[in-house]
Design a protein around this ligand. Structure first.
Ligand SMILES: Nc1ncnc2c1ncn2[C@@H]1O[C@H](COP(=O)(O)OP(=O)(O)OP(=O)(O)O)[C@@H](O)[C@H]1O
Ligand SMILES: [Mg+2]
Length: 377
């Protein structure tokens, strides 16, 4: 990597500028000069140098202030600033660091010191540029992949919808003509197509929530009724497990997107059913908080190691435990996005062998920006 670059020298003393020019001239740098703090700030913005040598003692705007302003502006924040000062006191050095300076040069300037520090600063700057470039490329690739996935998933939804529709038609019309084995095949087609369709719908919802393109339809609703409606279709999966839904007194009403919130509860309860054994006990609990409601789903299942609590809310992420995961890892990512779209929060308290409590908090009333995009981690 070439270690020469564009150097901006900001100093009101033309003698210092000339000295630096002489010391740096054989290094292959392009030198630019500014004779005041304000001019230095303007040139930093216009010329985007690789490093700035900034005098501290200048009239009007001193070096600390220029440095603070450069670091506060995203356009210039990444340019390394070397403060050049005769002040060597600790207090002054700390002031410079506080202002965001990257390094120090003391006057009178030592030629070797100057050359090496400028070279190091340029090296750091170029590394930063390379990183930034790779990051931008990665972001572009990610966007491309997301678009492609979105397109495929979108088209899959209509095809799967028609597979399901025809399977159901066949089931209805061939009802009495199929033997047990054939009927079983058809049921499997139906069940697996439904699973795929659920996955495709989750993926589409997640990308819409991430892009802030899922408008929330906010309506007041009774949380207990909402939870009951969410749980009812899952009752067939309970087997010998027990579910206990506490009825809050007085009733709790929240203004939320009823469909999304119902699906959040369904996901949490669905997980509790999936991941607990035959003796599973699942409890749904509501708590009225100041201007918010907390909904908790507790189970006596295997629990989740603490170090995995954060990652299970990421897309396609599943806990690494003895227990096999029984899905694709989209449910909690959807819940997190849906709750955050309401400006709420979601979390888990759990430990191996101690069951799990998944909870979410929704504000009682929506804020104006509810529904804006939140990026999944
Ligand atoms: N109640 C629970 N008890 C134990 N582990 C759980 C529980 N809920 C979630 N997990 C763990 O967190 C992981 C992520 O859950 P999530 O709901 O996102 O995905 P999934 O259930 O695997 O698939 P999907 O919900 O997309 O069908 C699960 O795979 C499981 O390992
Ligand atoms: Mg799940």
């Amino acid at each position: 990597m070439p270690l020469n670059g564009k150097v901006l020298i900001v100093d009101d003393d033309s003698y210092v500028c000339a000295t630096m020019e002489a010391l740096l001239k054989n290094e292959g740098h392009e030198l630019i000069f500014a004779s005041s703090g304000a001019e230095g700030q303007a040139k930093a913005l216009a010329e985007r140098p690789d490093v700035i040598l900034l005098d501290v003692m200048m009239p009007e705007m001193d070096g600390y202030e220029v440095c603070r302003r450069l670091k506060a502006d995203p356009a210039t924040a990444a340019i390394p600033v070397l403060l050049v000062t005769a002040l060597t006191e600790r207090k002054e050095r700390l002031k410079g660091i506080e202002a965001g300076a990257n390094d120090y040069l003391t006057k009178p300037i030592d030629a070797q010191d100057l050359r090496l520090r400028v070279r190091n600063a340029i090296y750091t700057r170029k590394l930063y540029d390379q990183l930034q470039q790779s990051f931008e490329q990665l972001k572009e690739l990610e966007a491309l992949r997301d678009n492609l996935t979105h397109m495929i998933v979108h088209d899959m939804r209509s095809s799967l919808g028609s597979v399901l529709g025809f399977a159901q038609l066949l089931k209805a019309s061939a009802k009495n003509k199929l033997d047990e084995r054939e009927a079983n095949f058809l049921n499997k087609v139906e069940r697996n197509t439904n699973l795929l369709l659920d996955m495709v719908i989750s993926l589409l919802d997640i990308s819409r929530l991430e892009a802030g393109q899922m408008p929330l339809r906010m309506n007041p609703c009774n949380m207990y009724d909402l939870a009951r409606a969410a749980i009812q279709p899952l009752e067939a999966l309970l087997g010998s497990r027990t579910i206990d839904v506490q009825r809050p007194e007085p009733p709790i009403t929240v203004v939320c997107d009823i469909d999304l919130t119902r699906r959040v509860v369904a996901n949490l309860v669905g997980n509790a059913i999936k991941y607990t054994g035959d003796d599973g006990l699942i409890q749904v609990h509501f708590e009225a908080l100041p201007q918010a409601v907390k909904v908790s789903v507790t189970d006596n299942g295997p629990g989740i190691p603490r170090e995995q609590h954060k990652r299970i809310f990421e897309k396609f992420s599943q806990a690494r435990t003895e227990q096999r995961s029984l899905g694709v890892g989209l449910g909690l990512a959807f819940c997190k996005l849906a709750v955050e779209a309401h400006h709420g929060s979601i979390g888990v308290e759990s430990d191996v062998g101690k069951g799990s409590t998944f909870w979410f908090i929704l504000p009682e009333k929506p804020s104006e920006t509810a529904g804006n995009g939140v990026k999944a981690t």
